[in-house]
Design a protein around this ligand. Sequence first.
Ligand SMILES: [Zn+2]
Length: 199
Amino acid sequence: MYPPKCGVCGLIGQPGLCPKCKNNFTVLPTQRAPLAPLASLHAPYLYDGEAGTAIQNLKFRRITSLATPMSEIILEYAQKHLDGKYDVIIPVPIARTRKSERGFNQAELLCLAFPPDLVRPGYLKRTPYTKPQVNLDRKARLTNLQGAFITVDLPLGAKVLLIDDVITTGGTAIACGEALMAGGAGEVHLLTFASQPLS
Ligand SMILES: [Zn+2]
């Protein structure tokens, strides 16, 4: 990444994310209602415009210089709105094959700014047999995700803040929440960088 440039608009001399792009992110007007078993759902931004581009550039164009500024935004949001509600941060796991293709899990990158001792990706694992979601309808997607996640050594009663890049239908987050609650979590909150508009 040289010369340093904004990961969204490409402005030279601006490493990570330039102030103009950050100011253009659309603040999510109203937070989504909780989706059981998730106690609350949070996202600073709407998944469109520059915020959508930031997510896509991080994930698909692998512009990892966006990880630090995006994770700082997530941290700041958590400090402001979720203070005291979590004692463990868990990024939503992605399929092992996808992680090896991409080289990273974007949800893990979004946890970078949190204190490292709070971030515990090992507590939630993806089981190996889940089919890709892309060609399935909504009902098939939710069924497909049952049993897709398992917990490993999760402390009983843990207050979990689950982190992901974007929430669309919420199917993945619900499946994670179910696995975490079954694994002994006390409560699970979801924080994503952006939320798809509710239709
Ligand atoms: Zn920019």
